[in-house]
Design a protein around this ligand. Structure first.
Ligand SMILES: Nc1ncnc2c1ncn2[C@@H]1O[C@H](COP(=O)(O)OP(=O)(O)OP(=O)(O)O)[C@@H](O)[C@H]1O
Length: 244
């Protein structure tokens, strides 16, 4: 059953067409990973998906609500990892979790999130004193505050050590085991391969390939059977390369 349905989504910045006629369905209870080269439009897509950026045209429905027209209902169902720049640096970890909880009718408690993301020891630390790994865990934790049906994470593990990466992966797997849907972008092929049920490769304004990591590897990899090899074959070795 689709929990997200996107039809004919278009988004440009002035003359720069970034997303063109995107049609996509994402099944409930799955982990959907977006891969794509730098600057292809992954963040733009995620921002449109959660209603933070207005598409030029097209519709996005989440749980049968229109993302732009039913903003209030959608916000109750979707947890979005905030941008690091939007963190209020003078607050402590605990304070920002409490603040985010106060935005929602129903939410996970600050203590639940501290425990889920193994942040108990740093609850009293100010945000501007956190390491990259601590900040990443906090950002993912903030997305989980509304206890949402859908969690959207933009490069959740960039810059963290393997231990923290595994912790974040486990949090994502737990969401799936609890029937939640996760949409994430990543540049890590092993992350997409190990974590995602479906991978969408965004290239030249469209999801040029969508499928399970296994199917993508079997169909598109050549000299070595890896997702990285398939990805390079699909998106090209140079700036203009691709499937054509
Ligand atoms: N606010 C904006 N105004 C104008 N152009 C923008 C804006 N945000 C992004 N762009 C442009 O849109 C394109 C897509 O950017 P986006 O950040 O969505 O890509 P991305 O795939 O997330 O990149 P990366 O992998 O490097 O994070 C790029 O050409 C970028 O320069």
């Amino acid at each position: 059953m689709s929990i997200i349905e996107i039809s004919e989504l278009n988004k440009s910045y002035g003359p720069n067409d970034v997303l063109e006629n995107i049609d996509l369905r994402i099944d409930k209870g799955t982990i959907f990973g977006i891969l794509g080269r730098n600057g292809v439009g992954k963040t733009t897509f995620l921002e449109c998906l959660v209603g933070l950026r207005k598409p030029d045209s097209g519709t996005i429905r989440i749980l049968d609500f229109d993302v732009l027209k039913n903003r209030k209902q959608v916000l109750e169902e979707i947890g979005v990892q905030p941008q690091e720049a939007s963190l209020l640096n003078h607050l402590t970890v605990y304070e920002i979790l409490k603040l985010f909880s106060s935005f929602y009718r129903k939410s996970n408690s600050a203590d639940q999130i501290l425990s889920q993301m193994s942040l108990e020891d740093i609850g009293e630390k100010k945000i501007n004193t956190l390491s990259v790994g601590q900040k990443r865990r906090l950002l993912v934790g903030l997305a989980l505050i509304p206890d949402p049906q859908i969690v959207v994470l933009d490069e959740p593990t960039s810059g963290v050590d393997p231990q923290i990466r595994v912790l974040i992966w486990e949090a994502i797997r737990t969401l799936k085991n609890n029937g939640r849907t996760v949409i994430l972008s990543t540049h890590f092929m092993d992350e997409a391969n190990q974590l995602c049920d479906t991978v969408g490769i965004l290239h030249e304004k469209k999801f040029i390939v969508c499928g399970s990591p296994e199917d993508i590897i079997n169909t598109y990899s050549t000299n070595e059977k890896t997702l990285e090899n398939a990805f390079i074959n699909i998106t090209g070795h140079d700036l203009r390369g691709g499937l054509d």
